[in-house]
Design a protein around this ligand. Sequence first.
Ligand code: LMR
Length: 396
Amino acid sequence: MFDELNSRPADSLLALIKAFQADDRPGKIDLGVGVYRDSMGRTPVMRAVKAAEQFLLETQDSKKYLGPEGDLQFVRLLQPIIFGKSPTFAQRLVGIQTPGGSGALRLGAELIQAANPSAKVLLGTPSWPNHAPIFSSARLPVEEYAFVDLMSQQVKFESVVAALSSAREGDVVLLHGCCHNPTGIDFTMEQWRQITEILVAHRLIPFIDLAYQGLGDGLEQDAAPTRMILEAVDEALIAYSCDKNFGLYRERVGALYVMTRNEDALRKAESNIAALARVNWSMPPDHGAAVVRTILESEEMSAMWRAELEEMCLRVNGNRAALADAALDLAFISRQRGLFSNLSMSKETAAALRARHGIYMADSGRMNLAGMQPADADAIVVALRAEGCLKSSTVA
Ligand code: LMR
């Protein structure tokens, strides 16, 4: 039976983790997979997470099943952080714990499939490479449109408007809530406002992927577009990840929220996401969500978490400034947000940067700014210049 299979290539982004580890050059720089690194180059367990784990170790008295919804207190306590304190939102939302943001995307895709199999998913490109396959695997057609021009590092807003305006009622629009992966280019609030108008006018369903809240401009600012959209539309889905802002990557901590103003539809969505979770993973893994819940239940741990997240955010934006200052051609990097910026380069150039200079970035030219130190900026610029990625020879 298995001989009938076609071999599939390994995920090139995840393959970079192993390639970097295998490189023994001391000056190597890892701008590959999207994990935060501190000024020592480590991806530490956050202080609040350590405190919560200690607390759980001492107090958790059972590992019995929680059910397909997972830890609902975790799901509830995240709500004010994502959606703000407005009680009306809370009445229109149902949520479920998922294995990471990917689990939330997959579950949301299956919910859309169950509710409206003829819906197509509009996806601006470039996007996170796993977005399109997740929706296709759930048998939803994906229609791509150009979101950004990497040469000019500008949003192609006319292309966004044209794609959304030609979609049919009930089609789904995948949107990166903040810290766009892979480009770091977020819509301005004015562009978000126009997008919201189109979503409402054409009765499209936004599916907001919010995986980096707090790593762009801060928790509140990063949630502002999501909140604006939810104020306006009738129905929406939100895939949330705590993997980055709580540094819980391998614990796989996420949540899917479904928003609708129709009470009956809300109850139906609630029962469907639970049933879909049951057939996918039965119940989500507990530990990471229990850690997040423990942090959010404690004022002291919450304050610790917020302070550390702010430090992380400042460090990433400091790295952005250092690289932008090192070359005129890279000035745009300081205007972008989140972990990533995406240079326009070929796969061969990305391979040459790895082989000749020990600088690891995705084949697409995406770099994780959290992976560098400000002192690495010059070495990165020298390598980019040597490989013909920069036009100008001047510093900013
Ligand atoms: C990334 O984009 O680097 C991360 O989200 C890791 C992943 O799963 O691709």
